[in-house]
Design a protein around this ligand. Structure first.
Ligand code: NCD
Length: 480
C-alpha cells in the first residue's frame, strides 16, 4: 500500500497562513520555550531536542542577513537537525548566471526544507513553483517577510496576552520595509488598529493600502475627530475585532471616538531601507525618549525587526518599554515551531492543509505566454530579472473580476497591482479569433479555463504589432 504524501506547504506571505495556523505555530513555540528555555533567561532557548534529527535545512541567502539566517540555523540545530547554507551569491552558481528555478530544483534533492532570501520581490514565490520541499520566504525585496511577522506577533502576544484590539504605531520606511507589509496584513487580520507614522514619501505602497481596505476590511479614520472619514494620510487603519465578519455588514459598529483616544500598545520602528532607494539619505523620524514622552506612549512596547541604524536611540535599550532584543530572541522558538510543523514532526499538530479563521480570496490566475504582452510594472519584480525572464511567465491575479470597472490585475509574484493609468490603456487579445478589444471586459467575463486563450497588451499599438486586429475590423475580415 502506498503511503499518502503529506502536503508540501510553502510560506511565502503571511497570508499563506490562517489565523488558526498562526495560533498553532505559537502554541508549539510556547511548548519549546517551556521545555527548552535557558534556566536564567525565559525567552532564550538554551537546550536542544532530537525531533528533527534526520532532517536538513538549506539556507539560500542572496542578500545580507544576521538574525534571519542565524536564527533559522540555530532553530534547526536546537531541533537536532543539520544545516547547509549558501549565504553569499558571489560564491554560488548565481554568479555564473544560474537561474533560481535550477538552483531550487537542485537544493530540493539536498535538503528537506529551504529558507530563501532574495533582493527581488516575488523571488520566493517563483522558487516555490520549482521546489519539491517546503520553501520559507526569509525576505524577498520589499515584498514580505512572513517569519519576522510571526516573531513580532509572538512578542506582542507574550506582552499583551492577546493580539486582538491592539493599537500599533508603525514608523519609518513603510514603503520599502518588507517586515511592515507582512506585519500590517497580520495586524488587520487580528483586528488591530494601525497608526502609520511614515517618513516623508515613504507611505505604505498603494497595493498594500488597497488590500488593507478591500481584503482585510480596514477603515481609514482621520486622527482629527472632526473629519472622521477623511482620506488624509494623517489617519488610522481601524479593523474591527472580527474582520472577516465585517463584509456581512455594510456599516460595522465601531466606536471611533474610543479608538482615537486609546493609548498605543506598541511602536514598531524600521530603518530606512537604503538598498531599495536611489537616494542614500532622506529626512527620517527618530524614535527617542522625547518622542516616547507623549502620554499616549507611556505603556507602549518599543519594537524593531533590527538591524537599527540611527532611527532608534540607543538610550532606549534600558527603557522598560524596549522589547526589541527579546523580539529577536523569539526568532529561535518561533522558527523551531514553523520548521517542525512544516516537516510534519508533531503527532497532534500540523499545517497539513490551510484551515480556518481567514478566508483568502480565490482569484482567477491569468498566465501570459513568455516573451509577449504585459510585463509586471514593478521593475524589481523577479519576472523582470534578466536571469529569470527566459522561463518565468508574467502571471496575474484577476482581482474582482465580476465588475469590469473594478477588475484589476495583480502580479502573482510581487503582488503589485497594475496601476490605474496603465490599466486604462490595456487591451485584451483573443488568440483564437486574432482580435483585440480595449479594456478589461473580456478578461473579467472570461471563465477561468478560458483565460489561457487571452493575451493582455499594454495598449492597442502593441496588440496590433503582435498581429491582432481591432475587434470591429476583425469581424469584418472574417465576414468578408
Ligand atoms: C529585516 C529585513 O531583512 O527585512 N531584518 C530582519 O530580518 N530582522 C529588517 C531590515 O533589514 O531592516
Amino acid at each position: 500500500m502506498t503511503k499518502a504524501q503529506p502536503l508540501t506547504r510553502h510560506i511565502i506571505s503571511i497570508n499563506d497562513l490562517s489565523n488558526q495556523e498562526i495560533e498553532t505555530i505559537f502554541e508549539v513555540a510556547q511548548g519549546f520555550l517551556k521545555e527548552l528555555a535557558d534556566d536564567t533567561i525565559p525567552y532564550r532557548i538554551g537546550r536542544s531536542t532530537t525531533l528533527a534529527s534526520k532532517c536538513i535545512l538549506a539556507t539560500l541567502f542572496y542578500e545580507p542577513s544576521t538574525r534571519t539566517r542565524l536564527s533559522f540555523e540555530s532553530a534547526m540545530l536546537r531541533l537536532g537537525g543539520a544545516n547547509i547554507t549558501s549565504a553569499d551569491p558571489a560564491v554560488s552558481s548565481a554568479a555564473k548566471g544560474e537561474s533560481l528555478a535550477d538552483t531550487i530544483r537542485v537544493i530540493s534533492n539536498y535538503a528537506d526544507i529551504v529558507v530563501i532570501r532574495h533582493p527581488r520581490d516575488g523571488a520566493a514565490r517563483l522558487a516555490a513553483e520549482y521546489s519539491q520541499i517546503p520553501v520559507i520566504n526569509g525576505g524577498d525585496g520589499s515584498h514580505e517577510h512572513p517569519t519576522q511577522t510571526l516573531c513580532d506577533l509572538f512578542t506582542l502576544r507574550s506582552k499583551n496576552k492577546s493580539l486582538r484590539n491592539m493599537k500599533v504605531a508603525i514608523s519609518g520606511d513603510l514603503k520599502g520595509s518588507r517586515t511592515i507589509h507582512s506585519f500590517v496584513y497580520a495586524l488587520a487580520r487580528f483586528g488591530a488598529t494601525i497608526d502609520p507614522l511614515p517618513a516623508p514619501g515613504m507611505e505604505l505602497p498603494a497595493h498594500v493600502d488597497r488590500r488593507l481596505r478591500e481584503e482585510f476590511h480596514s477603515r481609514i479614520v482621520s486622527k482629527a475627530p472632526s473629519q472622521p472619514d477623511s482620506d488624509s494620510i494623517d489617519a488610522l487603519y481601524v479593523t474591527a475585532d472580527q474582520p472577516h465578519q465585517l463584509s456581512l455588514y455594510a456599516e460595522p459598529e465601531v466606536d471611533y471616538g474610543v479608538i482615537l483616544q486609546k493609548k498605543t500598545d506598541a511602536v514598531y520602528v524600521t530603518r530606512f531601507q537604503k538598498e531599495r532607494w536611489a537616494e542614500k539619505e532622506r529626512p527620517y523620524p527618530r524614535i527617542d525618549a522625547k518622542f516616547l514622552g507623549e502620554p499616549k506612549y507611556s505603556d507602549a512596547s518599543v519594537m524593531h525587526p533590527l538591524p537599527r541604524v540611527n532611527e532608534l536611540d540607543v538610550s532606549l535599550d534600558t527603557d522598560r518599554r524596549a522589547i526589541y532584543f527579546q523580539q529577536a530572541a523569539y526568532g529561535v522558538p518561533v522558527r523551531m515551531a514553523l520548521i517542525s510543523l512544516l516537516l510534519h514532526l508533531h503527532r497532534n499538530k500540523s499545517l497539513h492543509k490551510f484551515i480556518g479563521g481567514f478566508a483568502k480570496p480565490e482569484y482567477g490566475v491569468y498566465v501570459q505566454p513568455i516573451g509577449t504582452g504585459l510585463q509586471c510594472g514593478n521593475p524589481n519584480c523577479i519576472v523582470c530579472d534578466p536571469a529569470e525572464r527566459q522561463y518565468a511567465a508574467n502571471k496575474f491575479y484577476v482581482v474582482e473580476p465580476k465588475s469590469e470597472q473594478r477588475c484589476k490585475l495583480r502580479c502573482a509574484y510581487c503582488e503589485t497591482d497594475v496601476d490605474d493609468n496603465a490599466a486604462a490603456q490595456l487591451v485584451v487579445a483573443d488568440t483564437a479569433r486574432r482580435v483585440f478589444t480595449p479594456g478589461m471586459a473580456a478578461l473579467a467575463r472570461s471563465a477561468a479555463d478560458k483565460l489561457k486563450n487571452l493575451i493582455v497588451y499594454r495598449n492597442e499599438a502593441e496588440a496590433a504589432a503582435a498581429g491582432f486586429a481591432p475587434r470591429e475590423s476583425g469581424k469584418k475580415a472574417s465576414a468578408g
